[in-house]
Design a protein around this ligand. Structure first.
Ligand code: MN
Length: 208
């Protein structure tokens, strides 16, 4: 089965004012779709075409050299965006971290505010295109950022950091430029108003 573009779990205008409807429509319908199409094109007729995309990006080293770059970028883009939509929710509906996730945030960072600050620094410090991540690594929470469509699941030697992401933020300009232009900091700050913490908690429980 080739990869398929998942439907957005909410209407394109659900995240206003944090993320505008036009950005969501283009980001999902054009950018994410292109990653899906290009990953399928690269993997067509190979044993990787039938694999779970997460398993594909975990095993880039097994791919033929001539496929690896396209798969890293496009299967990476597919996995990253699929997660991104899933951890977003309309403002005021995403709740707050609680239970074991809240405890882990406090244990790793001291407080939710301190975690947000460190995450924002990772998102702002990524020069050019990439992602900021909250990961589970060795049972603890860590923050890092990756370039382009790399994902910590690709492994530290590929992505520059490892772990299992439970929340990610797209800091490519295509994710915010229509609404925020060069104001990435405002986009990053607005992200916290649309995080689906129930989903992040679910990801945390699975990753541990
Ligand atoms: Mn994107």
């Amino acid at each position: 089965m080739p990869f398929t573009l998942p439907a957005l779990p909410f209407p394109a205008n659900a995240l206003v004012p944090a993320i505008d409807a036009a950005t969501m429509e283009i980001h999902h319908g054009k950018h994410h779709k292109a990653y899906v199409d290009n990953a399928n094109k690269a993997l067509e007729g190979t044993p990787w075409a039938d694999m779970d995309p997460v398993e594909v990006i975990k095993s880039l080293k097994d791919l033929p050299d001539e496929k690896r770059g396209a798969v890293r970028n496009n299967a990476g883009g597919h996995v990253n965006h699929s997660m991104f939509w899933s951890i977003l929710a309309a403002p005021g509906t995403g709740g707050t971290p609680s239970g074991p996730l809240a405890e882990a945030i406090n244990a790793s960072f001291g407080s939710l505010d301190a975690m947000n600050e460190k995450f924002a620094a990772a998102a702002m410090g990524r020069f050019g295109s990439g992602w900021a991540w909250l990961c589970v690594k060795n049972g603890k929470l860590e923050i890092c950022s990756t370039a382009n469509q790399d994902n910590p699941l690709m492994g530290e030697s590929v992505a520059g950091c490892g772990g299992t992401p439970i929340l990610g933020l797209d800091v490519w300009e295509h994710a915010y430029y229509l609404n925020y232009q060069n104001r990435r900091a405002d986009y990053v700050a607005s992200f916290w108003t649309v995080v689906n913490w129930a989903k992040v908690q679910e990801n945390f429980a699975k990753a541990k």
